[in-house]
Structure formats: structure tokens, C-alpha cells
Design a protein around this ligand. Structure first.
Ligand code: GTP
Length: 372
């Protein structure tokens, strides 16, 4: 089965990290986010993947090349301006037809910012067995207001269906209080190629807003395939941090040396060339990228540091994301913050929860930070 992976978004919710690094290349256990998804597809027998993107994502192509290192054959399809999921899928699918790819095979489409262990082969088997036109992977979420949700035939709103069921209704981003279901679109879909004829390739549109609701409303065979395993949409700083901590806790294969926190805690992934000074403490789960240094008396807890980050003597970093080459000066304290590429946190400063510091900027010093 061929796959399209959508990687043409702006990644606005992950700013300021995505000002300099496209979302698909942000490191998760020291490997670009998209590599986890492509390796997963490869393990499930998907060998040919088209990445749908804009020119802004060119660094993704530079990083992944022809995909050989990940066991997949990659090609790239560009949109002059973002076409949304619907426009992007239509354009790529039609391109395949022009190049003679058989039009009878269903194909897979994935959002390029998810991490999951969903069994793609089993989903494809359900799609075929039930004669679906379109299948949507579904995961249970507590708050559906930022997702599209599916109302499944025969399932009570709060019920827990098994396997696969046809979708009666699809509602994009319902208000939490009136959401008709907690089964959210996981961003993994299987399309019958005939659907391409119903989708415009030259205007912006999102399948979640147009195609999915209209197929459900017309009573067509839209299948929901329930996934009870791991799934995360890495769209926000907190889900990005959570994804790293989940994977390092689970001992996932990343890049670096997996150590156990000497304080008896969880695992810590330490990138190559990183150094911990005497008495430096890194409490897991945590990830240090390559070439980081954590000096004597510094403490890093439940955080993700990208490459070349320096945490000086006596500094404290907790629940935070520090992008490439961030410098935390002696005695500074950072809690629940996102510090972008090359930013500096001055000696003695306190960076409080919810703060973001832009690339190359300097956080307010100790004299300003306490007084508001
Ligand atoms: P936000 O701006 O934070 O919402 O992030 P995003 O732009 O990545 O949007 P979203 O999380 O909804 O996108 C889900 C996936 O679809 C991501 O992998 C995006 O890169 C991708 N995507 C979003 N819009 C487009 C588009 O217009 N074209 C293509 N090819 N991919 C898109």
C-alpha cells in the first residue's frame, strides 16, 4: 500500500520552536519526529511514501533524502500555497494516476505529526473486509474540542466499541460540553482511489471539514477503526514534551545512551558528546540532545534539551523544552517554559510556567522577572 504523509502545515502551535525547525524535524528522543512515523510505516510493510508539503519544508527533504536509511522510498510533492489536507491528497493522488500507478488500490494518508503504534495492516484488512470507501483511525480523547469526532453506529456516546464500526456522523472540533462522542480522528486514513474524483486539487480544503462529514451525512461507507494503543498528536509544546517523556520512559530507540536516573527515578536519554558535571542531576524521564553540558550542582527534571544546550552551575530546569544551543547561566531557574534556538537565560533569572522565549532572545534578568 502507498502512503501520503501530510507535512505542509505551519506548525503555529509549536512556535517558537517551529520558527527555525519544521514540526516534522523537532527531535523526539533525539530523532526527527517524522522518522518515528516513517519507521513505523516501514515495519508495517509500507514502502512507498509521498510527503506532501510546501517549499518551506525543504529542510525535511534535505534531512530525509530518498528515505533509504529508513527503509522507505520517499518522494516529495509541493504545494505552491498550502492546499489543506483535501487539496494536498487530491493533487498527489492525481499525480500518481498520471504516472500510471494502478487506480484500483486503496492508499493510506497520515498526518505527519503523530506518534502511534496503530497496526496499519489490521486497519487495511478491516477496510477491505468491510468494503469501506474511507476508513478513519479513531482514538478516545477526554476533551474532543480540538479534534474531529465520529459518532459510531450502535455505540453509545460514552461507550467503548471494539474493532471497527461505520460512522454515522463526523463533527469537526465540537464544543467540549456538547461533543457527540469522544472518538477522535487519529489522522490516519485509508482512501479508495475513486474518492479522488470528488476532491478538488486546486483549492484549499480540509477533508475533516468537508469530505468526512459529507460522506457520513450521505450514509456512505465511512468506517471508524478504533485504536486502543499508543497515539499522540505532537501539535503543542505540552504534547511534544509528553511524547519525549513517554518514549524515553518506555525505553524507545532514540539516539544516545539510555541511563537510569541515579536518584531511583525514570530513564534519561543522553545524546552523544553530552557531559554531566560532578554533582549535576538529571531526573528522568528526560532527554539530553548531543553535545549538551549540565554543570556541577545543576538540576534538570522532566525536560527535553536539544543539541548543544548548556546549563550552568546551580541552574534549575524543570518541565521545559530548551532548543538548540540555549544557554542557561548560573543559578537561573526555568519551570514549564519553551526556550527557542540560541536564546539565553541570564544568571539568577526566573522563567515561570507558560513563558516562551523567541530564538536568539535573552530572557528578562532577575531584576525584572520577579516584579512583573
Ligand atoms: P498548527 O499550525 O499548529 O495547527 O499545525 P499544522 O500547521 O501542522 O496543522 P495540523 O496540526 O492541523 O496539521 C496536521 C498535519 O497536516 C501536519 O503534519 C501538517 O504538516 C499537515 N498539514 C496541515 N496543513 C497542510 C496543508 O495545507 N498541506 C499539507 N500538505 N499538509 C498540511
Amino acid at each position: 500500500m502507498r502512503a501520503i504523509v501530510l507535512v505542509g502545515g505551519e506548525g503555529t502551535r509549536l512556535r517558537p520552536l517551529t520558527w527555525r525547525t519544521p514540526k516534522q524535524l523537532v527531535p523526539v528522543v533525539n530523532r526527527p519526529l517524522i522518522e518515528h512515523l516513517l519507521s513505523h510505516l516501514c515495519r508495517h510493510g509500507v514502502r512507498h511514501v509521498t510527503l506532501a508539503m510546501t517549499q518551506r519544508g525543504e529542510s525535511i527533504r534535505t534531512a530525509l533524502g530518498d528515505g533509504a536509511a529508513l527503509g522507505v522510498e520517499l518522494d516529495y510533492a509541493y504545494e505552491e500555497t498550502p492546499l489543506g489536507s483535501g487539496g494536498a491528497i487530491a493533487r498527489v493522488g492525481r499525480g500518481w494516476r498520471h504516472r500510471g500507478t494502478p487506480a484500483s488500490e486503496p492508499f493510506l494518508v497520515l498526518n505527519g505529526d503523530i506518534l502511534t503504534d496503530l497496526d496499519v495492516g489490521a486497519m487495511a484488512a478491516a477496510h477491505r473486509a468491510r468494503g469501506a470507501e474511507l476508513s478513519i483511525g479513531l482514538v478516545r480523547v477526554d476533551d474532543p474540542s480540538s479534534f474531529g469526532v465520529a459518532v459510531l453506529q450502535g455505540a453509545a456516546a460514552g461507550g467503548r466499541p471494539e474493532g471497527a464500526a461505520f460512522i454515522e456522523r463526523f463533527v469537526e472540533k465540537p464544543p467540549a460540553a456538547s461533543a457527540p462522542s469522544h472518538w477522535a480522528n487519529a489522522g490516519i486514513w485509508i482512501f479508495e482511489p475513486a474518492l479522488l474524483d470528488e476532491m478538488d486539487a486546486d483549492r484549499f480544503h480540509r477533508v475533516e471539514e468537508e469530505l468526512f462529514p459529507s460522506l457520513a451525512d450521505a450514509g456512505r461507507s465511512l468506517l471508524g477503526v478504533v485504536h486502543g494503543g499508543y497515539w499522540r498528536d505532537v501539535g503543542t509544546p505540552s504534547s511534544y514534551l509528553g511524547a519525549n517523556l513517554d518514549l524515553v520512559s518506555a525505553g524507545a530507540s532514540g539516539s544516545g545512551e539510555l541511563r537510569t536516573d541515579p536518584g531511583g527515578g525514570d530513564r534519561v536519554l543522553v545524546g552523544s558528546g553530552s557531559q554531566l558535571g560532578e554533582g549535576a542531576l538529571v531526573r528522568g524521564p528526560a532527554v539530553l540532545g548531543p553535545d549538551c553540558s549540565v554543570a556541577s550542582g545543576a538540576v534538570v527534571t522532566r525536560s527535553v534539551l536539544w543539541e548543544g544546550v548548556h546549563v550552568a552551575e546551580g541552574a534549575r530546569v524543570a518541565g521545559s523544552i530548551l532548543a538548540s544551543r540555549v544557554v542557561v547561566e548560573p543559578g537561573a531557574s526555568i519551570d514549564g517554559a519553551v526556550i527557542a534556538h540560541g536564546a539565553r537565560v541570564p544568571a539568577g533569572a526566573t522563567v515561570s510556567p507558560g513563558t516562551t522565549i523567541e530564538p536568539g532572545a535573552t530572557a528578562p534578568g532577575p531584576e525584572r522577572s520577579g516584579g512583573g
